[in-house]
Ligand binder design. Structure first.
Ligand code: DQA
Length: 143
């Protein structure tokens, strides 16, 4: 089974920015731990600060490229209708993840415009949000 893990704007700073909110592990560490925890899954990791590049990557998920997507779109989750439409356009399951518990933070973070087109959402478990999403997709897809 192939899973694409996509991280959006500012997530390259994970481990450095607000560690009390986002944890002290870097994205590289989290990705390495994911590979270790799910040895049967073939992961592809992608991070960009650009909305356009993120949408291009989601659009490219057709065919055999990936069976599903784990997506932390960062702040784009809260307002990007273009990203929402891209997720809606592809036929693969996308799980929305957030490191922090977005519902216990600022008001604007309580809205996600992508949730309704995602298979599910995992928020608030730090790096384990990615693990939970991978577990669910691995069980759902069963390849
Ligand atoms: C985030 C939550 C977003 O509100 C924020 O803009 C991020 C990270 C999270 O992982 O908790 O960049 O997606």
């Amino acid at each position: 089974m192939k899973l694409l893990v996509v991280n959006g704007p500012n997530l390259n700073l994970t481990g450095l920015r607000e560690p009390q909110i986002y944890g002290s592990d870097t994205l590289e560490t989290i990705n390495a731990e994911l590979k270790k925890e799910f040895p049967d899954v073939s992961f592809e990791f992608f991070q960009t600060n650009s909305e356009g590049m993120l949408i291009d990557k989601i659009q490219a998920v057709q065919g055999e490229a990936s069976d599903g997507v784990i997506l932390n779109a960062g702040a784009l989750s809260h307002y990007s209708y273009a990203l929402r439409d891209a997720i809606d356009a592809i036929k693969k399951p996308v799980v929305e993840v957030h490191l922090s518990q977005v519902f216990s933070r600022e008001e604007f973070r309580r809205t996600s415009v992508i949730s309704e087109v995602c298979k599910g959402t995992v928020t608030g478990f730090g790096k384990y949000s990615y693990f939970a999403a991978a577990f669910a997709l691995a069980r759902l897809i069963k390849k």
